[in-house]
Design a protein around this ligand. Structure first.
Ligand SMILES: [Zn+2]
Length: 322
């Protein structure tokens, strides 16, 4: 009961939370389950685009990882664990210079990897809690947000200015769900203004833009156990937003049934670039090397760099099958 009470308080705190009170029983079942089978190292290796590593080729990048207090229940339940993600991905991207953690995976026992200490070449990683500082908005090349974002008019203006000067923005899961409700202003800012429905369970990720550079070598179908949000609200403007992958979701109403709904997307606004990921509910999803690759390429693309700059990080401490 204590766990439920704590969880309900957390759900109340994020009252628009897509996965709140209704789903707690389902959540418990899914959380107790195992992640889907991991891909083999060979399968992922074959998809990595290994550009020649030349000293000085990769220019300096400043990344800001934005989290907030964990929601969806107590520490250790593997749901919406933004602080854990921030620590472990600071290690993945910035090495020991950016994190005191010793392993990168978020779920299960530590997965050792020889290159854990290194991070990416020529990358500086900072953390932010709740919202980046003015100084971070001024200096960041990419802000990666994994938490609900408390939008205000002032913050919309701040992000507008940030993207206008060529900043990159990556939104993961909760950061794509606009509170208190979907907002056309946010759609104009980041491509998708929010969602109204959600579902936990099996997510069949289908490539929708196989020729996009981010999608190079990605599997046409990827099975995750996570959470989907849909439909994009207001309706997605396909002339402005590039949907990279979709899942089939029940749309209901006249002519209903299941229709493809956006899971990963890119959006250019001014000189700025936005990459969005609907998946990211469960900690285990971040250990899937394919999901890693989606996010790492999204971060590099949002920086205006080769999307493959971080490909070599996808398998570091990731969960792979045999
Ligand atoms: Zn969620």
């Amino acid at each position: 009961m204590m766990a439920n009470r704590v969880s309900c308080q957390a759900a109340k705190a994020c009252w628009v939370c897509a996965c709140a009170v209704w789903s707690f029983g389902v959540l418990s079942l899914v959380a107790a389950a195992k992640p889907p089978p991991a891909p083999t190292r060979d399968a992922v290796e074959a998809a990595l685009v290994r550009e020649k590593s030349e000293p000085g080729k990769d220019g300096p990048l400043r990344l800001v990882l934005l989290d907030d207090r964990k929601d969806h229940g107590p520490d250790g339940n593997g749901l919406h664990d933004y602080p854990l993600w921030k620590k472990r991905w600071a290690l993945l991207l910035g090495g020991f210079a950016a994190s005191a953690e010793t392993h990168i995976n978020l779920h299960g026992v530590p997965i050792k990897h020889a290159d854990t200490t290194k991070g990416a070449e020529n990358v500086t990683v900072e953390g932010a809690r709740g919202w980046p500082s003015d100084a971070q908005f001024a200096s960041a090349d990419v802000i990666v947000a994994y938490c609900y974002l408390a939008w205000t008019d002032a913050r919309k203006k701040q992000v507008t200015d940030y993207l206008g000067r060529g900043g990159g923005l990556v939104l993961i899961h909760s950061a794509t769900w606009t509170r208190p409700k979907a907002d056309p202003d946010i759609a104009a800012l980041v491509g998708i203004g929010g969602f109204t429905r959600f579902r936990h369970g099996e997510v069949r990720v289908e490539l929708a833009a196989a020729n996009h550079p981010i999608c190079r070598g990605m599997p046409r179908t990827l099975l995750l156990k996570d959470e989907t949000y849909w439909p994009p609200t207001p309706q997605l403007d396909a002339s402005l937003v590039t949907v990279l992958a979709t899942s089939l979701e029940e749309v209901g109403g006249k002519g209903g049934g299941k229709q493809p709904q956006s899971l990963f997307w890119t959006y250019n606004v001014g000189h700025g670039r936005v990459f969005g990921s609907v998946p990211g509910h469960f900690a285990w999803t971040f250990d899937n090397p394919w999901f890693r690759l989606w996010l790492l390429r999204g971060i590099a693309w949002a920086a205006g760099e080769s999307p493959y700059r971080f490909d070599n990080l996808a398998l570091r401490g990731a969960r792979v099958g045999t």
